[in-house]
Design a protein around this ligand. Sequence first.
Ligand code: SF4
Length: 222
Amino acid sequence: MRSFVPEARKRVGPKRARIVRILERLLVEHADATIALTFRNELELLVSVMLSAQTTDVNVNRVTPALFRKYRRPEDYLAVPVEELENDIRPTGFFRQKTRSLRGTMKMLVEEFDGQVPRTLDELTRLPGVARKTANVVASELGHTQGIVVDTHVRRLSQRLGLTKRDDPVKIERDLMKIVPREYWGVFPHLLIWHGRRVCLARRPRCEECVLNDLCPSSRLT
Ligand code: SF4
């Protein structure tokens, strides 16, 4: 599905000429596209995004209401025995590794950031267990977008739409940053994620219902 023939590329035209039309149509189609995690403040945002690795947002949202009632400040995550925190986040999977990351992050927040969540990607990626994708999501939600989030949906759709030929998320992000206008870096991943969940499904993309099918070199309709 991913690779597309040169004729298809010729049919839809160069990516720079398509990107604004792709954005305009997705903005109408998924006007409600936003982050699916539930949080009330920047610390809850950071924790939710860290917990969402290797699981669904729905699964994280099931765990966090009780978690956030119990753990309100970075210090709270350090005040309980490791096993207790592991138990509290167990349903999100990889709970031992996530507990290590959470505790390391909370320790650094307390010791180096005055208990606050930093805003720059350089600072965020210093936090234990916080990779570029997590940092990008957090910075963007806090209104400090510095890159483009590349998750599994963004990767798949960018490739199908012929916006990148890369497989590595960092290289995909670089390709996208060259063609997506800066003011759309924050919303663009949400649009692709929701389009990927609702229409451009991993196994059976619904090209016949897709508003991008005349702009997509991978469309099954042609
Ligand atoms: S036409 Fe739409 S659904 Fe089909 S591959 Fe392209 S983006 Fe995905």
